[in-house]
Write a protein of this length. Structure first.
Lengths: 319, 294, 262
């Protein structure tokens, strides 16, 4: 029991340490505002990648619809903070976004999550595109022009905290009864139902939580960039999150975080290459996949518990 | 009513292009279970090759069409050889191949933009446009050409798959690669051939669309690429007639939204119909049921 | 009242009738064997009873609170919840999960848990986890698997995998356990151990067991009653002694390609 609490505490300590380092480096002038923007975008990508990995890696459902849920969060925040430009309005908008996204994910998931593999991918892509086209056609979202001049409520620090909380929630969910059931359905759906685990229920749980994560990331994005347009949430946005998840290792939450950071850095470096940027990016992607087909980490996971038991056992061995 | 019928005809012509592209998707998917994301970009390459053959070498349309198909077949085989084959031999997960395919797609799009600029060019009028009027329906000779060439290629494809030795090998590999290997079928060669045929069809579609819309650019493959993959899903991935029907269906839905005055919802309608079709038939219209044996 | 009551069960696959008008019953704590040549429809009956396939006609009812309740049309997970657990002919473990997790998953529907306490790691979460874990380890100990709790299920030896499947089924706290060829691929020593384990299950857990098995030595030693199936139809029912001497059964076995003789 005490050890369990210690594990959660150590996680918080590591997270706080990271925050402190960035904060001190900013204070000391090592990190400039350009780099802070990159850091914030990386943090948003961490939320997106971790939440997609819950759907793709943990639950084993191939979703290409992350951009749609992100769009819902972004537009919920954009619309609400326009008329309610306070931090409380922003928090309210985050919740509204999450509620709408979860609701759509639920309605979408119950019938479509029966579909297999690539058929599911196309169905989720379809819903995502329908969301985007709807936004494109509505008055309240200002159509294709989008919404500009939003108040900036999110900053690197807030997004950092949220990213840590989201990651912790998802990791805790995975290592619980619900998470075990989700993994069981992924591993063998027929056996899972034969031991009383309802496959649809647990697929929908993973899908809905993942969608809520995407929506949250969308809200943070909108009030950081201060503008939203339907063009931000095309199919290519879903693909770019998918790339992060696969690059990090499908099923490895640690890998998703790592991939979001690495891709952020690579993207920044490539900015210097102008027109060649995307050519180099695609070459890196292909070559990386050819040489590391399972991504950075495969399904390896960093674990505080394991880290400490190892330390302890090696100490015991020495004595 | 006249407008509606006119649009139905336009839908069939547009749908033929989707169908040609969908065939490539469905064949590759059928044989190695990969959504070949770069397929739409091979179509773009086809349009560019056609453009250069006509403007630089002043070849006539039919020679251009055949040469483009041949060159695109080579491009397809090259992509398979360099990007997908190594992964297949390592037994990499399917999702890895998919990301690699996305990488190849990005590379083709951005590589072409880098080499030739991102602006759109106008495709030369290799065939003089002639307008016909049958009753109240307007049809151009280019539309007819698209329809006839597409149908001819589909019939040819069906013949290759059903009647030739290579077609038999393709069907065998798509059922079970290992078993096909055991009975002496050269699996790599067969897969390579599948990419060649699919890419040749994409090349033909590229030249035809260039002629139809008179323009081409490095990103022209993105939207039709996704659309025609959806067409393949509609029909049931792996089914050749399914891909053709799916292509025409999407062409028809798109032109119908114009008639109904909701063209800004065009893609949403396509996706909505697709989702409904999948909920009723989870493996597409002609797809085979893949139940798990317990 | 019988625990399980099956009446006129029929299953058609296209033109093929895999199960043809089969009626059977199982009493509380009874051990019943289902035998017959390959392709007789034994596994299909298991699939029908556990909801994996839906019957073309006929009824399946289970005694719940001293009342018979119809199981037809219920989803597989619901049927498992009501007390029917099974193993599979071709082992189906959660291969990427640990041995312990394989067993704990099976307790999912039996343990209530609130998601908030899971995500926030409230004390009640740890309490329930510990309870489930203790229970799982006790079960694993009974089947000699306690040593391998942290191993991936796919890394277990074949015999261990078969045992783990049984443990997992027992973790759902069933009233009726279906074992689909539990001795398949086992050597005589392993089969003898398995025979002892099945006896132990029946005595210790006080549940009924239906067993499909080709190993007649095991069947004759364990079964209290035997159903014999051929081409989807029941051709005999009775005590092991009666079945051994039933001319229909002997004909079915000698005529078939099954070489296991009594």
């Amino acid at each position: 029991m005490k050890r369990n609490l210690r594990e959660q505490f150590i996680w918080l300590l590591i997270a706080f340490g990271g925050w402190l380092i960035i904060d001190l480096l900013t204070f000391g002038g090592v990190i400039n505002s350009f780099m802070l923007t990159i850091i914030t975008m990386i943090e948003i990508n961490v939320i997106l990648a971790v939440s997609l990995n819950l759907i793709l890696g943990i639950s084993g459902q191939f979703s290409l619809g992350h951009a749609g849920f992100m769009a819902i969060g972004a537009y919920a925040s954009a619309i609400i903070t326009q008329s309610l430009p306070t931090i409380w309005g922003f928090f309210l908008s985050i919740i509204v976004g999450i509620v709408i996204s979860s609701f759509i994910a639920l309605i979408e998931g119950i019938p479509t999550l029966r579909l297999r593999g690539d058929y599911l991918a196309i169905a989720t892509l379809g819903v995502s595109e329908i969301i985007r086209i709807t936004i494109n056609n509505l008055e309240i979202t200002n159509g294709p022009k989008g919404i500009y001049n939003l108040p900036q409520f999110s900053n690197w620090s807030l997004v950092y905290i949220v990213a840590c909380i989201v990651t912790l929630i998802i990791v805790n969910l995975i290592h619980s009864k619900t998470g075990r059931a989700i993994l069981a359905v992924r591993d063998n759906e027929i056996a899972a139902s034969a031991v009383g685990v309802n496959p649809t229920k647990y697929k929908v749980i993973a899908f809905t939580v993942g969608a809520a994560g995407a929506s949250l990331a969308g809200s943070l994005y909108a009030n950081y960039i201060q503008s939203v347009t339907p063009g931000d949430f095309t199919f290519m946005q879903s693909i770019s999150v998918l790339i992060m998840v696969v690059l990090g290792g499908v099923g490895s939450i640690t890998g998703s975080v790592l991939a979001a950071v690495v891709l952020g850095v690579v993207d920044t470096v490539l900015q210097n290459y102008g027109a060649l940027r995307m050519v180099l990016y695609s070459l890196i992607l292909i070559i990386f996949m050819l040489f590391r087909p399972a991504g950075f980490l495969g399904n390896w996971e960093f674990s505080v518990k394991r880290f400490f038991t190892k330390q302890k056992s090696s100490r015991e061995n020495k004595s | 009513m006249e407008e509606l019928i006119q649009q139905l005809f336009n839908g069939v012509f547009l749908g033929s292009i989707y169908a040609l592209l969908a065939l490539g998707y469905t064949m590759v998917y059928g044989i190695i279970g990969l959504i070949n994301f770069a397929h739409g970009d091979v179509y773009m390459i086809g349009a560019f090759i056609g453009f250069f053959l006509i403007t630089e070498l002043h070849l006539n349309f039919w020679v251009t069409l055949v040469l483009t198909m041949g060159l695109c077949a080579l491009v397809g085989m090259l992509i398979e050889f360099l990007a997908y084959r190594p992964l297949r031999h390592h037994g990499a997960p399917k999702i890895t191949s998919l990301i690699t395919a996305i990488g190849v797609s990005f590379l083709l799009e951005n590589g072409m933009s880098f080499l030739f600029g991102g602006d759109s060019r106008s495709f030369p009028q290799a065939i003089k446009l002639v307008n016909f009027k049958v009753g109240f329906i307007h049809i151009t000779n280019i539309q007819l050409l698209i329809l006839i060439v597409s149908i001819a290629l589909m019939v040819l494809l069906q013949f290759i798959v059903q009647k030739t030795k290579m077609g038999r090998a393709m069907r065998a590999v798509s059922v079970d690669q290992e078993a096909a290997n055991i009975v002496g079928i050269k699996v790599d060669q067969t897969i390579s051939f599948t990419f060649a045929i699919g890419s040749a069809l994409a090349g033909a579609a590229g030249v035809l669309i260039g002629l139809y819309y008179n323009s081409l650019d490095p990103l022209m493959g993105m939207a039709p690429g996704i659309k025609s993959f959806i067409a393949a899903v509609f029909g049931g991935i792996g089914s050749i007639p399914g891909a053709a029907i799916g292509g025409w269906l999407i062409g028809l839905i798109e032109t119908l939204t114009f008639t109904l005055g909701i063209s800004s919802w065009k893609d949403a309608v396509v996706y909505a119909v697709l989702i409904v079709v999948l909920l009723v038939r989870p493996n597409g219209i002609f797809g085979k049921k893949a139940g798990e044996k317990v | 009242m019988n625990l399980l009551e099956v009446k006129n069960l029929t299953k058609n696959f296209g033109g093929l009738t895999a199960v043809d008008d089969v009626s059977l019953h199982v009493a509380d704590q009874e051990l019943v064997a289902l035998i017959g040549p390959n392709g007789a429809g034994k596994t299909t009956i298991f699939n029908l009873l556990t909801g994996v396939n839906t019957p073309s006609s006929g009824t399946i009812s289970l005694k719940i609170d001293e009342k018979l309740q119809l199981l037809n049309q219920q989803p597989v997970s619901k049927i498992a919840d009501l007390g029917l657990a099974r193993t599979f002919q071709n082992i189906r473990l959660f291969e990427q999960m640990t041995v312990l997790d394989n067993v704990m998953v099976a307790m999912t529907s039996k343990v209530s848990e609130n998601p908030l306490s899971e995500v926030l790691r409230l004390p009640s979460f740890y309490e329930k986890e510990t309870q489930m874990k203790d229970k799982a380890i006790k079960l694993l100990e009974l089947f000699d698997l306690a040593e391998s709790v942290d191993q991936k299920a796919s890394n277990l030896a074949y015999g261990q995998q078969r045992r783990l499947e049984i443990v997992r089924a027992l973790a759902t706290e069933p009233k009726l356990l279906f074992l689909d060829e539990p001795a398949a691929g086992m050597n005589p020593r392993e089969t003898a151990e398995l025979t002892a384990s099945i006896k132990m299950i029946q005595e210790k857990f006080k549940i009924a067991i239906i067993l499909i098995e080709h190993d007649m030595k095991l069947v004759m030693e364990l079964a209290q009653r035997i159903y014999v199936l051929e081409y989807g139809r029941l051709i005999a029912e009775g005590q092991p002694k009666e079945i051994q001497n039933n001319p229909e059964v002997i004909r079915a076995y000698l005529g078939g390609d099954d070489l296991e003789l009594f």
